[in-house]
Design a protein around this ligand. Structure first.
Ligand code: F6R
Ligand code: MG
Ligand code: MG
Length: 364
């Protein structure tokens, strides 16, 4: 059976500030998606939040970029925004960049990761959702999961993964894409994906069968809006087991926290800390950035789950490491490398300050 898995998310109002989501918004999301399920548009759904981002995880039969599914998500975000405005939540409607729906939520603010898959006899999927970081944050973990034998032993000892994986990489500034066959193109690929502010891994495919293995959201809010409106807070879908890495191999990169851009005012580098859903409330200096993972078994499109995958004490050391990294970076205050380099600050409010000070400069 062919199933479409769509994850659509938006920050449409924070409670308190930018750290969490008011339960009334989650309730509205649930009610709206329940109606869509009843009407036959959705097979199943799960509504959750990561920090201040509202997450719709949905299954249906209509393929990626489906106008009806996207419109239903957009209209739900609008209704949630109305509640956010009534409660005077912070940044109500922040990620909805346009007034009217144009057929697809892509380019309108919300983040989207989707895939059509032929459901296997058992179909485990993990949905990663992040807050206080940018698209491109998945580059390092996706590389680890699908290319690195030190992370994924299956690449070495499983016959059906030995051929490797194919990566689709986007140049988000030039709107171009490029394909890499790994392992042979790994060094070439790293030239690009090692610069996650410009290049994002969009899709990964098995080279054994050609089937889709992973899909991530690559929308860049700052490029869409031409100004700083908040961070992308991306999502990523990864299939597991069989011809794909095992669930444990999919989660393993997050046991070694890496540094991403985001955090306070979207202008800093900080560690991506793996947490349970109830811990995804970034309050310290509006961070540090968080990642949650919801695991499901698909059964004829039904989302059997979620299991809160990082709600495991085996990730306690990763959390401690992330907190230690956070302390080390915070010590730099307004200095790089905690603060982003100047070209990355282009879409923050800092250029306005620099403009104001321009006349103070004298030629030497
Ligand atoms: C980061 C983020 C926050 C805000 C900060 C200022 O992605 O959302 O760090 O940038 O709290 O928020 P405003 O400008 O809404 O007062
Ligand atoms: Mg926010
Ligand atoms: Mg957010």
């Amino acid at each position: 059976m062919k199933v479409t898995l769509s994850v659509i998310k938006a920050d449409i109002g924070g409670w308190v500030g930018h750290c969490s989501m008011h339960p009334d918004l989650i309730a509205e999301g649930q009610e709206s998606l329940a109606k869509a399920k009843k009407s036959g548009l959705l097979i199943d759904y799960h509504v959750t939040r990561c920090g201040d981002d509202l997450q719709f995880i949905m299954t249906h039969k209509y393929g990626v970029d489906n106008k009806r599914v996207h419109k239903m998500a957009w209209d739900t975000f609008l209704r949630c925004t109305a509640i956010a405005k009534k409660l005077k939540l912070h940044g109500a409607g922040q990620d909805l960049l346009t007034d009217a729906f144009s057929g697809n939520v892509k380019g309108q603010g919300p983040g989207v990761a989707e895939m059509v898959l032929e459901e296997r006899e058992a179909e485990p999927v993990v949905i990663f959702m992040a807050d206080k970081t940018a698209s491109g944050a998945w580059n390092l973990p996706l590389y680890s999961i699908f290319c690195d034998p030190f992370n994924t032993i299956g690449l070495v000892i499983s016959t059906n993964m030995h051929k490797g994986f194919k990566f689709e990489v986007l140049d988000v500034k030039e709107s171009k894409k490029v394909m890499f066959n790994c392992p042979e193109d790994m060094y070439d690929m790293l030239v690009f994906i090692g610069a996650p502010s410009r290049y994002s891994v969009k899709t990964v495919y098995s080279r054994e069968t050609g089937e889709i293995a992973a899909s991530s959201s690559t929308q860049k809010l700052s490029l869409l809006a031409g100004r700083y409106v908040g961070k992308d807070d991306p999502v990523c879908i990864v299939r597991a087991q069989g011809i794909f890495p095992a669930v444990g191999e999919v989660l393993e990169p997050f046991a070694r926290p890496h540094i991403v851009e985001g955090w306070m005012r979207g202008s800093h580098h900080g560690p991506l800390m793996p947490v349970a859903v109830h811990q995804s409330t970034p309050t310290r200096f509006d961070g540090p950035p968080r990642v949650i993972a919801a695991g499901f078994q698909l059964a004829h499109g039904k989302l059997v789950g979620p299991v809160d995958m990082f709600d495991d004490l085996a990730f306690n050391n990763a959390r401690q490491q992330a907190l230690d990294m956070a302390d080390m970076l915070r010590r730099h205050g307004p200095f790089e490398p905690h603060r982003l380099p100047l070209d990355e600050m282009e879409y923050t409010t800092m250029p306005q300050i620099m403009k104001k000070l321009k006349s103070k400069f004298e030629k030497i």
